[in-house]
Write a protein that binds this ligand. Sequence first.
Ligand code: NI
Length: 172
Amino acid sequence: MASLRIRIYGDPCLREVAEPVDEIDDEIKELAADMIEIMYENSGIGLAAPQVGIGKRLFVADTQEQEGPNPMVFINPSIRNQSGTSTMEEGCLSIPDVREDVKRAESFDLEALDLEGNVVRFRADGLLGRVILHEVDHFEGKLFVDYLSPVKKIMVKDQLRALEKESLAASS
Ligand code: NI
């Protein structure tokens, strides 16, 4: 999987619904390791498998709130009991140079598997909660720019169009 690259807005793989991971085998472990590397190389705080063209429900994250690298892997995550709302500025490695405020739930119950297949459960909020909601959206083919108001959408339209062109050029 040495040829993984970040897919840019306009790439159809960003709009597809991802499949659950059915077995955490060597291929999945290698995918996670490669994605962590790509995330750090690009100074991201989260990266979902569909963003590198792999339609699986796996994402990696490091909110960089602690000192030193602290990469986390989440497999087949599910979100329940969302409550409250919070507005935070978001960006996405697949949509370079676009950053906008997005309103999402403030907290929720997360359940997922880690890379060892252990069930991980916690109440998520803050920056990590935000990253999780953003990454889980990628599994449904949803991007943060989908949430923008009509006026904001018009404001970023040219940027998105330019990215679409770049994306098309990269895939041909
Ligand atoms: Ni993203």
